[in-house]
Write a protein that binds this ligand. Structure first.
Ligand code: AMP
Length: 369
């Protein structure tokens, strides 16, 4: 995802896909024009990248030029008649191919037809890389279309958003859902994830989802999910991935309007991390950071035994179950540090100290995101 000015855009059409469409247009046009030497005319500014890639691949002699349509100053845009800048050569009896980056409403195309009406060209051929059929309001024929797209605002590959984005080699689409902040709070059992999540959710207005809490809620209410999860939790083992992933998806869906999420106790395996990425993708979003509370094992055991005196959690009461939970963490879960490090999203935070101090350390990381 990228941000231009205050707006977020998500990847839409890859550079490879654009290249394939350009190459196909080149072949089709070269075949159809046979030995004719065409004049390719790009419409600035948006078409510069398309025209450049197109003519580099064009296999036969051709001429290339650019025009720009500028508004007359002081004229309201509703009655905007464009004036032409840049066309100096005589095009009488030439085959002119207009290369457009995008055709949406068709207004520019109408101007082009008006401008070329008196130029006595042999043929006026229209080729556009992108075309929005839902937005098109005119009747002019488009002879060559690269890629049809839905009626959403795009940037990249020559197209801009208020000046930015023309330089991007791929195309991005505007994100229609609001921007979310999604954090994975990470660390071994007893690191203090739940305690810290309670502070952070208030401060950043995020939904806190603790998979352990959801399982315990289900156990208390004796649901089928609860009964299934209990058999694993009582031994300090992980609940199977698919069960956990389905439950997590349902929890996120329940909070569809959230500003973002703090995931606590999830993901715990590679499969869960991948499932979480896919889920975020469906929300036009992503995980911003994994923030890990780093605490030594002996401190963890001590903390959990202490918590077990009041928490009522059977998995906190027995040292061998606690040690098994920590072992599960190091054998199955700790690998996720690599998963997020590779994406530059891993942030380790010292988890020893007062609750307030640790909250300050976590907030520093979040504020800097
Ligand atoms: P927690 O409250 O995060 O310490 O989780 C308590 C127990 O719930 C764990 O020991 C697991 O048995 C189960 N559990 C919680 N989250 C997950 C998860 N993401 N994957 C598998 N099991 C989980």
């Amino acid at each position: 995802m990228i941000k231009l000015h205050d707006t977020y855009f998500k990847p839409f059409i890859s550079a490879e896909k654009i290249d394939a469409a350009v190459q196909k247009m080149v072949l089709d046009i070269a075949n159809d024009l046979k030995d004719e030497i065409p004049v390719f005319i790009g419409i600035l500014n948006g078409s510069f990248m398309f025209v450049s890639d197109f003519v580099k691949a064009y296999p036969k002699p051709c001429e290339v030029t650019f025009i720009k349509l500028a508004s007359y100053e002081g004229v309201k845009s509703s009655e905007d008649i464009k004036r032409l800048i840049g066309l100096t050569q005589d095009l009488t009896d030439r085959t002119v191919v207009i290369l457009e980056d995008i055709i949406d409403s068709g207004n520019t195309l109408e101007e082009v037809h008006r401008i070329f009406k008196n130029k006595n060209v042999k043929d006026l051929i229209i080729a556009t890389l992108f075309y929005k059929p839902e937005a098109y309001k005119k009747d002019f024929k488009m002879h060559y279309v690269g890629i049809e797209i839905s009626n959403k605002f795009i940037v990249g590959y020559g197209l801009d958003y208020d000046g930015l984005g023309r330089d991007l080699p791929e195309v991005y689409q505007i994100k229609t859902t609001q921007h979310m902040t999604n954090l994975v709070l990470f660390g071994p059992p007893g690191a203090g994830k739940g305690t810290q999540a309670n502070f952070l959710k208030e401060r950043y207005n995020l939904e806190h989802i603790s998979t352990g809490d959801v399982f315990r809620f289900n156990i208390k209410n004796e649901t089928a999910l609860g009964m299934l999860a209990k058999s694993y939790m009582d031994k300090g083992e992980l609940v199977p991935d698919q069960v956990t992933i389905d439950m997590l998806n349902a929890e996120v869906e329940k909070n569809a309007d959230a500003n973002g999420f703090i995931f606590d106790g999830f993901p715990r395996t590679d499969a869960q991390a991948k499932a979480l990425d896919e889920l975020m993708e469906t929300k036009d979003s992503s995980i911003n950071a994994m923030i890990a509370l780093e605490v030594d094992d002996d401190v963890l055991v001590e903390r959990l035994l202490e918590r077990g005196k009041t928490s009522g959690r059977p998995d906190d009461a027995d040292e061998s179950i606690i040690r098994n939970r920590i072992k599960e963490y190091y054998t199955k879960t700790a690998i996720l540090k690599d998963y997020y490090s590779k994406q530059d999203k891993y942030f380790g935070v010292d988890g020893i100290g007062s609750i307030e101090n640790i909250t300050v350390r976590l907030s520093k990381v979040i504020d800097a995101l």
